[in-house]
Design a protein around this ligand. Structure first.
Ligand code: HH2
Length: 304
């Protein structure tokens, strides 16, 4: 068990940020991912109804081919989803969700890149981990009964995301007194709960959940203050790719939001995001390479 300097730490203490110790690596199943530069998480939605790519990858072969393409393009992780979380999306049973993602996991498991599964259901988490998932990406931050235990029993990483309400109704009337403070407190509490359940802090990622029970103005406040979320000491994941806030800003439909998505990804990286969840890996990779060249030591950092 990990001990803090100065004696044993309780779960709440263990969840507190460590001064000057931004996370440098993420433990993720059999992988240890360096966080020295922002990582690219490529999105593969095996759903009929995802907001920007629904229906395109419902056949397992198409989803696998798309994931392989994203890896070629430079994805550091692949996030596989079998249930859409867009506002108003209909819920899906665990059986159906698993039937969508299992063949994709089976085909991709054993590769060079960790596989993440985007799910809120403990039974899907357990089976996904059994099939090789190295990360669980939970938009409800392990609040379903049994979800904490499902991840704790594994060596998978966990992304804890903030959402106000639930996907069906979350955009009806999001309300906060201080969105940044409330999201930050929620993420600290969920990280403490995860640690108390036995999940090592080196396996934890936090995410403010852009667009999940948030207005354009809430998203703006969170992006501006992403550094405050990073102060929690966990790597921050930012998912802004193609989201409706970018549609509001640019007036463009989901399929035409790539330039805006790249700008948002770089602004998130600039403010401390360490994982960028994106649909367009190749284009974001190039933009990130320029940003890294400027902000780093002038060397090429991304692999060819
Ligand atoms: N956004 C979406 C889904 N999962 N997970 C995290 N951690 N952060 C996010 O911002 C996030 C997420 C929504 O995007 P997408 O997967 O493209 O659409 P859909 O939920 O309709 O499948």
């Amino acid at each position: 068990m990990r001990r803090e300097e100065g004696g044993p730490a309780g779960p709440l203490e263990a969840a507190l940020p460590r001064p000057n110790s931004a996370a440098r690596a993420l433990r993720c199943g059999r992988f240890v991912l360096s966080l020295d530069r922002p990582l690219l998480m490529g999105v593969v939605n095996v759903t009929p109804d995802s907001f920007s790519d629904g229906g395109r990858l419902l056949a397992p072969g198409a989803a696998v081919a798309h994931a392989e393409r994203l890896i070629e393009e430079g994805a550091d992780l692949i996030d596989i989803g079998g249930e859409s979380s867009r506002p108003g999306a209909a819920p899906v049973s665990a059986e159906r969700e698993l039937a969508r993602i299992a063949p994709v996991l089976e085909a991709l498991n054993g590769g060079a890149v960790p596989l993440s599964v985007d799910t809120v259901k403990p039974e899907v988490m357990r089976e996904a981990i059994r099939l090789g998932a190295a990360m669980i990406n939970d938009i409800s931050a392990l609040r379903e009964p049994g979800a904490l235990a499902a991840v704790a029993a594994s060596d998978a990483a966990i992304c804890l995301m903030h959402m106000q309400g639930e996907p069906r109704t979350m955009q009806a009337s999001p309300r906060y007194t201080d969105v940044v403070d409330e999201v930050k407190r929620f993420l600290a509490e969920r990280a403490a709960a995860a640690i108390a359940a036995g999940i090592a802090r080196e396996r934890i990622v936090v995410d403010p959940g852009f667009g999940f029970g948030k207005t354009v103005e809430h998203n703006r406040a969170l992006l501006r203050a992403l550094g405050a979320i990073a102060e929690l000491g966990y790597p921050v994941l930012a998912g802004l790719s193609r989201k409706s806030t970018l549609g509001w800003i640019t007036g463009r439909p989901a399929g035409e939001r790539m330039p805006a998505s790249i700008a948002a990804a770089l602004l998130a990286a600039e403010r401390g995001a360490r994982i960028l969840r994106v649909h367009d890996v190749a284009a974001t990779r190039d933009a990130l390479a320029v940003w890294l060249w400027l902000t780093g030591d002038g060397q090429k950092i991304l692999r060819d």
